[in-house]
Design a protein. Structure first.
Length: 356
């Protein structure tokens, strides 16, 4: 199982009134641990009002700069994001899991690709890392970025994006959409919708010329763009998206399993850090992660919503049913990897290994 490592805050900078860019010193001796790919994220842990809180934040720096930086946008009443925006300061220490995530394609200096990116609000963080890295490492590749914000002053990483555009004028274009401020061209006013996507792909970006699409923002926007592209017969392998959260309900057993398993319990064995623990879990009740945490297991997690993959483990015995599994790739599902925050046992014994 991946372990937490201490990270010291090197610098904090306000990029908009409600978003901070937090960079970290890479601890000497941990350079390998914190090597990352563009588009990956850190899972940070802090003690806030006496409680341990873990959340994921995409790296908005590029691996080529040897820098470790995240952008944290305050959400109303949000525990970690408010703490980061209002209390965190230079010299403070947080804990972090090694970088992880699958929101990237490999960089290939020999290749010439056209990329299209759709970002909204804080969804720009992994995108900036991706754009900066590919532009630097693939001298013939191009990027078009469609970026949605409320107003000019809420644009995260605005100056950095402008600098990148000036550096790569021939290969990088940005199209800003504003939802609470008027732009002269009607297309760029308001949220994305089907009609706007139609115009974008007819006039600005020909679907057939794009090799990879990256999408990050609110769930509704991600699925709007993804579904539009699928309708245009874009190969699903070319569509990459990162969810920061989901509105999906907690996982539930289907009606048939719920009836069949009602009143039964499952003996859960967890293997973690070379040790194992066991507990009984009422079928149709808690998911495996919550049940394990209630039984004092010290396990990694962040979103508890099936999107970040921090709670991934291998199911080595028994069967489970899962809610959403956005965080897992198809080959992981095929190889019996599960998201424990989404997994409900459907057999009377399951063995789950966090070390594999
Ligand atoms: C892979 C990944 C990458 C991410 N990258 C970024 C990034 O780069 N930048 C970024 O800013 N965020 C990012 N996120 C989102 C981030 O992890 C957090 O989810 C976000 O910062 C909110 O966390 P929080 O602790 O501040 O809010 P939470 O305390 O978790 O609350 C979230 C929201 O839920 C509401 N809420 C909480 N509890 C309740 C309740 N009991 N009843 C009703 N409403 C409630 C709050 O009001 C708030 O609006 C990423 C997420 C993932 C999964
Ligand atoms: S904790 Fe994020 S997928 Fe389970």
């Amino acid at each position: 199982m991946a372990e937490f490592h201490k990270l010291t805050v090197k610098n904090i900078e306000k990029t908009t009134k409600d978003c901070v860019l937090v960079s970290f010193d890479i601890p000497s001796g941990s350079e390998e641990v914190f090597k990352y790919k563009q588009g990956q994220y850190l899972t940070l842990k802090a003690t806030i009002d006496g409680n341990s809180v873990q959340r994921s934040y995409s790296l908005c720096s590029s691996p080529i700069d040897n820098e470790l930086r995240v952008g944290i946008k305050a959400v109303p009443m949000g525990l970690f994001s408010t703490f980061a925006n209002e209390q965190l300061k230079e010299g403070d220490t947080l804990e972090s899991l090694p970088p992880s995530g699958n929101f990237f394609v490999e960089v290939n200096p020999e290749i010439q690709k056209n990329y299209a990116c759709f970002a909204a609000g804080s969804g720009i963080t992994p995108m900036y890392s991706i754009i900066k890295t590919h532009l630097a490492a693939e001298p013939n590749s191009t990027f078009k970025l469609f970026y949605i914000n409320q107003t000019v002053s809420s644009i995260i990483l605005k100056d950095e994006l402008e600098a990148l555009k000036n550096q790569y004028m021939e290969r990088f274009e940005i199209f800003h959409f504003l939802t609470k401020q008027n732009r002269t061209v009607e297309l760029f006013n308001g949220r994305l919708d089907q009609e706007k996507l139609d115009i974008i792909f007819k006039t600005i970006s020909n679907v057939s010329r794009v090799d990879d699409y990256f999408i990050c923002g609110p769930e509704a926007m991600i699925f709007l763009v993804r579904d539009f592209l699928l309708e245009q017969k874009v190969d699903k392998e070319k569509i990459h998206f990162e969810l920061f959260g989901t509105s999906a309900d907690k996982p539930k057993l289907n009606k048939e399993d719920a009836e069949k398993l009602s009143g039964k319990t499952c003996r859960v064995t967890l293997i973690e850090g070379g040790k194992s623990m066991e507990f009984e879990l009422a079928m149709g009740g808690d998911n495996i992660l919550d049940a394990a945490l209630n039984n004092s297991a010290d396990l990694p997690y962040a979103c508890k919503g099936g999107v970040c993959c921090t709670c991934r483990a291998k199911l080595v015995e028994g069967e489970v049913t899962m809610g959403v599994t956005y965080g897992l790739e198809q080959d992981e599902l095929d190889n019996n990897y599960i998201l424990t925050c989404q997994a409900l046992p459907t057999t009377e014994k399951v063995v789950v290994d966090f070390d594999k």
